[in-house]
Design a binder for this molecule. Structure first.
Ligand SMILES: [Zn+2]
Length: 482
């Protein structure tokens, strides 16, 4: 099967980077890119109109959670002050004996909604951090996207003991979790024509013992899969690790063997490069760069908590590979590029850093390098035929000369027109072909309302999630002007 996308701006890959090909064409043959150039001389089975559009490689969402939803867990404007800028602790930490907030009883709805949202928005590869992978695996097969899945595991749990944050330890549970992850990888790695790959997700640096981290490295080497872990997520965690082990989270990852070219550090906001760490003479960036590990940068969720990486530019200049992720919600990698660019400019007080080209490269080639995939994030012969057609001809964007600056600064996921994965069209004219989007949204809304109705069962002390917080404005309970 040969598909020709003819016309428009094509972002081709040549000599190690993206190149802008005006009035270009791209031919997909089965699951691979066959040709990128002006006019294809051969015969094709199908033609797609690319005139006036922008044709880009599929975006790589290097860090997302398909099991969390704005409907149940949105933390905006509120939260416990003693968690500093951490958002997730507000709904993750349970008081002993209390029931944790479940965003969804049925991950088949929420997880499907998340994967549909990302595919619709041009993410052809998603790295999902440890939700119920058994439930998500068949959805990946059905929707036709590419995903790195695995059940997350940990040896410690967050608990709210009295006033502060504490940890409850269960080493056996950590070991069992790693075994479950190993079994998942053995059973699913390479499924759906290789679109589904395994990854190991020890959950957070502060909930994993050094023994579990070492065992993770050993398992990753045996299985030949990568590792991703949350580290440097917030101030409490950074200083907890410093107090517990006498070293920074990055140093602990290095000492336990986790860091390496196959390792991705989720967030890594609080490192010795961050002013809040208040730790002089830190070497975190140097250690990360030397190890070849990548950082999954998710700027928006941290901006919502009043924090930012310091900075995209400094990490890159230190030689660290950066990919972009959306973390919880919204799962919009196009706006995430914009946040990555703008927040870096603000942090550095410098408009020349984190350019549109830099953040676009992170969302494509950076993610690919983190996954050790030289066939993703680029459009050149031999690469996987993961392609996104974007139509920026609308009132919001207006006339533009540079399509990448236009996409990063003005684009939204609604500008995504068609998406191909492995050469197969999975989104057509803004619709994910494998699902009824309206029905899925209605089911998710119904499920969310059931969730909101059940909030009384939860422990009120910790409920600062949107499901419990008062609305932004007081509810009006009477007629006006009658
Ligand atoms: Zn995360």
């Amino acid at each position: 099967m040969r598909t020709l996308i003819q016309g428009g701006d094509v972002l081709a890959f040549d000599e190690g980077g993206h190149r802008l090909l005006r009035d270009g064409a791209i031919v997909l043959e089965d699951d691979r890119v066959l040709f990128v150039g002006r006019r294809f001389p051969g015969v094709v089975d199908r033609q797609v109109d690319g005139s006036g559009r922008l044709v880009i490689p599929g975006l790589i969402n290097l860090h997302c959670h398909a099991g969390t939803e704005a409907g149940g867990r949105l933390i905006a404007d509120v939260g416990r002050r003693d968690y500093f800028q951490a958002g997730f602790l507000n709904y993750t930490v349970t008081t002993r004996g209390a029931r944790a907030i479940q965003a969804r009883e049925d991950l088949a709805i929420g997880g499907r909604l998340a994967l549909v949202e990302m595919l619709r928005g041009g993410c052809t590869t998603v790295v999902e951090i440890g939700a119920r992978s058994d439930t998500l695996a068949p959805v990946v097969g059905e929707l036709g996207l590419r995903a790195y899945l695995g059940p997350a595991y940990k040896s410690g749990a967050y608990v709210s003991a009295g006033e502060g944050l504490a940890y409850e330890w269960d080493e056996d549970e950590g070991r069992r979790g790693l075994e479950r992850a190993r079994a998942f990888v053995r059973a699913h790695d390479g499924a759906y024509q290789g679109r589904l790959r395994g990854m190991l997700y020890p959950y957070q640096i502060d909930t994993c013992s050094p023994a579990l981290l070492r065992a993770t490295r050993q398992a990753a080497d045996e299985l030949g899969v990568g590792i991703q872990i949350h580290a440097g997520q917030n101030l409490l965690e950074f200083h907890e690790i410093l107090r517990r082990h006498g070293r920074t989270p990055v140093e602990l990852l290095a000492d336990t063997g986790v860091l390496g070219p196959d390792a991705v550090v989720g967030h890594c906001i609080i490192s010795t490069a961050h002013h809040l760490a208040a730790l002089p003479a830190g070497r975190d960036l140097e250690i990360l760069a030397r190890s070849g590990a990548s950082v999954a940068h998710c700027p928006l969720v941290f901006a919502r908590r009043g924090n930012a990486l310091e900075s995209f530019h400094r990490y890159r200049a230190a030689g660290i590979n950066l990919g972009l992720g959306t973390d919880t919600y919204p799962r919009d990698l196009i706006s995430e590029m914009r946040w990555a660019s703008l927040l870096c400019k603000v942090v550095e007080h410098d408009f020349t850093v984190a350019t549109a080209a830099d953040v676009f490269t992170a969302a494509t080639l950076g993610g690919a390098r983190a996954l050790r995939r030289d066939d993703l994030g680029r459009l050149c012969p031999g690469a996987k035929a993961d392609v996104v057609v974007v139509d920026l001809r609308n009132l919001r964007v207006g006339p533009y000369r540079d399509p990448v600056k236009a996409l990063v600064n003005c684009g939204t996921v609604d500008d995504v027109e068609h998406v191909f994965v492995d050469g197969r069209m999975v989104v057509e004219s803004g619709r994910v072909l494998a699902v009824d989007q309206a029905a899925l949204l209605a089911a998710a809304q119904q499920e969310a309302e059931r969730l909101w109705a059940s909030v009384a069962e939860w422990h009120p002390e910790k409920l600062t999630a949107d499901a419990m917080a008062p609305p932004s404005f007081p509810v009006l309970g009477r007629d006006l002007g009658a």
